[in-house]
Design a binder for this molecule. Structure first.
Ligand code: H79
Length: 480
């Protein structure tokens, strides 16, 4: 297995939402601890896998109905081909756990309207396919067995439902018969099926496809209220409402429904005080399976993205797009396994941490965690390991750290004793000549009290890419 493949760096605007309805901090405690999850985009679109009528449709995975301007009546016939005989929910859960992921967010329904569970409200579901099995039920059982938290992505936009509006421009159905209020009733009855206990406790409802004009702030507020009426503890992302601006997904100023912001394919340049966020990202360029898309990010870059996001106080929701036979692509499994090896040693620098107190560090990132008795542990993620001196010693300088260091330790390298000394303008930590981990070596530094840093906290940081990373363009998904 190779862990040093091509890389991608992403930085961008911040994203968030304010919703302190009910007990926001209590329901977000789990989220802030979890930090790393698996996104799963799976549905009928895995069958064409980005190809339609014999040609690759650029950028198309889960968006193929839209990208290739397919008549919904034709698209829905894919249901009769849906038979993923290799689907094994326990295997998916094993892959997520081995990567160090604490939760799964799976598409109960994407924009195409196809439902991965046996829904009483529609025939356009897995029960009406040759496969018949309730995928969400099997995944819920596997998650329970494996100790993984299950969450659902549910699209507001629906390209095939007879009552959803607006229709795609090429959709030949007469829109006069459609009734959006009736569609909302349909969606609510489906959400009730999904979050009333049949699939265990669903921790996050992840809405999407809210940006069309037909979806209003009032509808968003009403839907959030409806969901909380069924489960007051459920976490809801900001896309239930209109409170995002573009892919950065933030309008921190407004009073929008939703517990957290959802930057898509972006890592905010800073964290935002009081606003939770979760960056969702693909490993190649598409969310749904695409046979032609080999533009994979390296495991190294993905680990660094995880560190970068954690240093902003956010979660990382990393996507897989299973194939039409039910298997997660081998390239994704490989990368997740590499990340898992890194997490095995260094996971404590990610889980349950909060944002960096440093405005910028020249060689990497930082997270922090309170220790009992009021002390603090800082975790330094060193991407660019310093060069050793001619006499064979090496040191890492931590500019701006004013707090008194009480101990320093290299994660995964028990033989080496890291020592710290105060220097002008910060601290210097004695470190080994060679980096213990070529992806990111982590140094845990305990300090007295809470962190005191002379730089201002949380201002823009440089990109995460290093000279050896080959630049690739930011992947986007969706309408061309
Ligand atoms: O499910 C995956 C994608 O299929 C879905 N979100 C991820 C998690 C997605 N839906 N749409 N897109 C991605 C791209 C949409 C982009 C735009 Fe827009 C819609 C551009 C203009 C309207 C986003 C929303 C930016 C501005 C408003």
């Amino acid at each position: 297995m190779s862990c040093a493949l091509a890389a991608l760096s992403l930085t961008g605007g911040a994203a968030a939402a304010r919703d302190h309805a009910g007990d926001h901090d209590r329901r977000m405690g789990w989220f802030r601890d979890a930090r790393f999850g698996m996104f799963i985009h799976w549905g009928l679109y895995a069958i064409p896998g980005g190809r339609w009528d014999g040609t690759d449709v650029p950028g198309a995975g889960e968006w193929i109905l839209n990208s290739a301007k397919i008549d919904p009546a034709k698209y829905t016939t894919l249901q009769q081909q849906f038979n993923p005989v290799e689907f094994n929910a326990d295997e998916w859960v094993r892959i997520a756990k081995a990567a160090g992921q604490r939760y799964i967010v799976i598409t109960s329904k994407h924009h195409d309207g196809f439902c991965l569970w046996n829904s009483a409200a529609t025939e356009f579901d897995v029960a009406g396919s040759p496969f018949k099995r309730d995928i969400l039920k099997e995944l819920a059982s596997a998650c329970e067995r494996g100790g993984i938290t299950l969450c659902f992505y549910h699209s507001i936009m629906d390209w095939t439902h007879p009552d959803y509006l607006p229709r795609r421009a090429w959709d030949p159905r007469n829109p006069d018969d459609a009734d959006l209020d009736r569609y909302v009733g349909y969606m609510k009855s489906q959400l009730r099926e999904l979050i009333s206990g049949r699939y265990g406790k669903i921790v996050i409802l992840w809405f999407d496809g809210e940006w069309e004009d037909s979806w209003t702030h009032e509808r968003g507020m009403d839907l959030a209220r409806f969901v909380r009426g069924i489960d007051p503890d459920i976490i809801i992302n900001n896309r239930v409402d209109k409170g995002r601006s573009g892919m950065a997904g933030l309008d921190g100023a407004g009073e929008w429904a939703g517990d957290y912001g959802t930057p898509e394919q972006e890592i905010p340049s800073t964290g935002l005080a009081g606003l939770d966020l979760e960056t969702c990202m693909t490993m190649n360029g598409t969310w749904g399976f695409s046979s032609a898309d080999e533009n994979w990010k390296s495991a190294r870059q993905l680990v660094r993205d995880l560190c970068d996001i954690a240093s902003k106080g956010g979660n990382f929701l990393l996507n897989v797009g299973p194939q039409s036979d039910g298997r997660i692509p081998a390239a994704s499994i490989e990368r997740l396994a590499c990340i898992g090896v890194w997490m095995e040693t260094n996971g404590e620098s990610i889980y349950g941490t909060s944002a960096s107190p440093f405005r910028q560090l020249p060689w990497g990132r930082c997270t922090q965690k309170p220790l009992p008795g009021g002390a603090t542990r800082l975790y330094f993620h060193v991407f660019d390991w310093p060069s050793a001196t001619a006499n064979g010693t090496n040191s890492l300088s931590i500019p701006g750290l004013e707090s008194a260091v009480t101990s320093a330790r290299l994660l995964g390298a028990t033989a080496f004793e890291a020592t710290a000394r105060r220097v002008d303008g910060g601290w210097s930590i004695a470190i080994p000549v060679a980096a213990p981990d070529t992806i990111a070596s982590v140094i845990a530094v305990d300090i007295e009290g809470s962190s005191k840093v002379t730089q201002l906290a949380q201002e823009p940081q440089p990109k995460t890419s290093t000279p050896t990373d080959s630049p690739v363009s930011t992947p986007t998904s969706g309408p061309p």
